[in-house]
Structures are given as structure tokens and as C-alpha cells.
Design a protein around this ligand. Structure first.
Ligand SMILES: Nc1ncnc2c1ncn2[C@@H]1O[C@H](COP(=O)(O)OP(=O)(O)OP(=O)(O)O)[C@@H](O)[C@H]1O
Ligand SMILES: [Mg+2]
Length: 300
């Protein structure tokens, strides 16, 4: 059962007290392996019976876990974190509804969404370590790692949003950042597909030149993507591009920055060579590349 199909039902069926409990669990995750019911009782000022009822419903909607056979308590999962974040995004008038998936990957899910003004948005939910979550209950991974995955996702969202906020105002072709809430990054939607899926590219040299131009301007703005591949570049039929997926960027003075930049560029060149037999880099970019690559190899 996907949360997004049932989002409306879940929202309709949860009261403020349910959200209160979710928030108490969330803010205690760093302190407890499993947040004890006594803590929820103390902080919510609700009685034991009401809490049990509220927790039962949260469990029914798979927003939390209440591990059996251990101490009595609760643990938040990605559904619960999604709901807390979405509630705020709705409250802040950033999104009105969630639509179909745009891309479902290993470490993130991206969904289409609508703003209250009817603008189309892309909403990226980070899901770091989600495979460990799935096996929860069967293998019981350490509960500690579950907390740290939730925090890792929040950090990744923060980091990606930071990059977009640096790059977009400088005219670099990245998704336009709208908001960041917990582990979610909201941007404007882009009507393009990943380069390997685009069958309509007529002028690959021009596309490569556009990408290089953006990589260079990002570098000049102080950032190296560090996970650049043709899967993280979207292209439209009119051959406009954006570079997406920035949570692992590093500053250009990072000790590994040059190595990452070289790897990013090599990924690109190898793909363009393989698919279109392009072996020559547009002249305009050669001097920058010569300079940077010379620095990488320390040859002058
Ligand atoms: N702004 C956007 N507009 C339209 N589609 C988008 C946008 N951002 C992301 N997507 C879609 O979602 C997919 C995944 O996005 P992204 O690369 O940011 O996540 P990811 O972390 O790579 O996920 P994975 O775990 O698969 O690597 C993209 O390939 C693209 O199809
Ligand atoms: Mg990606």
C-alpha cells in the first residue's frame, strides 16, 4: 500500500493528537533507541489509554513501529517522517496535492505535485537506507541505524537544497528550489528525461557543450557535483538540460574536489563517446579542462 494513494485518507483520519505523538517520537529519536511510552505519556500529557489507542492507529497506517517483545515503545519510519513533512508543506501553502511518481530510485523517490496556485512541482523524498527498513521485522537491523538513516536523509535534503540555492540564482541549469522540509526537497518540475532515455537528441555536441558550460560555471561558483552521470542530467526535446541530484556535492577546495570533478567529466565523455562517437571536446571548453586536469595530475 503506497502512502500516496492513501494520503488523503490518512490525513482525514488522523487528529491533532496523532500528529502530536508523531512529533514527540521524532524529537526523542536521538535520545532513545525506542521511544518509551512513558516518555510519550509525559510529554503529551495524555493518559495511557488514549496513547495506546492513538499508537494503535499510527501503527495501522504504518507510520511508526512498536516493536513487539521488547520494551514498550515506538519508532518513526519513513512514512511517519513523510507525513510530518507533508503536513508542514501543506500548512505553508507550498504543496496542495501529490501526484504520480516521476522517478523511484534507491535512495530517493520523486513525485509530481501541485502548488495551491496550480503550479507543477517535483517533490523529492530522500530514503537513505530504506532497504534496511524493509527488512525490519525479519532481520531486525540495529534500531540505532534506523534513526541515523532518517537523519542522513534530512542532511542529504539540506545539502541538496543548499546547492540549488547557490546555483540557481547564478543562472546555472539546476531545478529551481522552492522549499526544503525535513528529508524533502521541493523544486519546480522540469519536462525532460534522463539522457539515456532521450531518443530525440539530434545535436549531442551541443548538449555536451551545455553540460560542460554548467559544470564549469558550478565550479566557478565553488561546487563540484561529485555524482555526475547522464542519469543525473535531464534533457527536453528542444535540448534544454538541467543537472539534478546534488546531495553529495563538495566545495571546490575540498581535498578530493579535483578528483571528483575529473570523475564527473570522465563519466560524461565516456558516455558521449560510446553513444555518439564524440571524441573531441568543444574548443571553447578545452582551456578550462586543460587547466583543471593539469592541476589534477599536477603536471605543468
Ligand atoms: N525537478 C525535476 N523535474 C522532473 N523530474 C525530476 C526532477 N527531479 C528529479 N526528477 C526525476 O526523478 C528521478 C530521480 O531524481 P534524482 O536523481 O534527484 O534522485 P536519485 O537520488 O538519483 O534517486 P536514485 O536513488 O535513483 O539515484 C530523475 O531521474 C528524474 O526522472
Ligand atoms: Mg539520480
Amino acid at each position: 500500500m503506497s502512502l500516496f494513494h492513501t494520503l488523503r485518507t490518512v490525513f482525514q483520519n488522523l487528529s491533532d493528537d496523532h500528529f502530536k505523538i508523531l512529533r514527540i517520537i521524532e524529537r526523542n529519536l536521538k535520545k532513545y533507541e525506542i521511544v518509551p511510552l512513558e516518555v510519550i505519556e509525559r510529554e503529551s500529557k495524555l493518559d495511557e489509554q488514549s496513547i495506546e489507542k492513538l499508537v494503535r492507529k499510527l501503527n495501522f497506517y504504518k507510520l511508526i513501529w512498536s516493536p513487539k517483545g521488547r520494551e514498550k515503545g515506538c519508532l518513526l519510519n519513513y512514512n511517519g517522517l513523510d507525513l510530518l513533512a507533508l503536513k508542514n508543506l501543506v500548512k505553508k501553502n507550498i504543496i496542495e496535492s501529490i501526484g504520480k511518481p516521476l522517478g523511484v530510485g534507491k535512495e530517493a523517490d520523486v513525485y509530481e505535485a501541485l502548488s495551491p496556485k496550480g503550479e507543477k512541482l517535483a517533490v523529492k523524498f530522500f530514503r537513505i537506507g530504506r532497504t534496511s527498513f524493509r527488512s525490519y521485522g525479519k532481520k531486525r537491523p540495529t534500531l540505532y541505524s534506523i534513526h541515523s538513516y532518517l537523519y542522513a536523509s534530512i542532511n542529504a535534503a539540506e545539502k541538496e537544497f543548499e546547492a540549488l540555492k547557490i546555483l540557481h540564482p547564478r543562472g546555472i541549469d539546476v531545478p529551481e528550489p522552492i522549499a526544503r522540509e525535513r528529508h524533502i526537497v521541493v523544486t519546480k518540475i522540469f519536462r525532460g528525461v534522463e539522457i539515456p532515455s532521450a531518443q530525440y537528441i539530434k545535436n549531442p555536441v551541443k548538449v555536451l557543450a551545455k553540460i560542460l558550460d554548467n559544470v564549469i560555471r558550478s565550479y566557478e561558483a565553488g561546487l563540484v557535483h561529485s555524482d555526475l552521470s547522464v542519469y543525473n542530467i535531464l534533457v527536453t526535446p528542444s535540448e534544454d538540460i538541467i543537472i539534478i541530484d546534488w546531495p553529495q556535492w563538495v566545495k571546490k577546495d575540498h581535498p578530493m574536489a579535483k578528483m571528483y570533478l575529473e570523475r564527473d567529466l570522465m563519466n560524461l565523455f565516456n558516455y558521449f563517446k560510446r553513444r555518439w562517437n564524440i571524441k573531441i571536446i568543444p574548443r571553447k571548453y578545452q582551456s578550462f579542462l586543460n587547466e583543471v586536469l593539469r592541476e589534477i595530475f599536477n603536471t605543468s
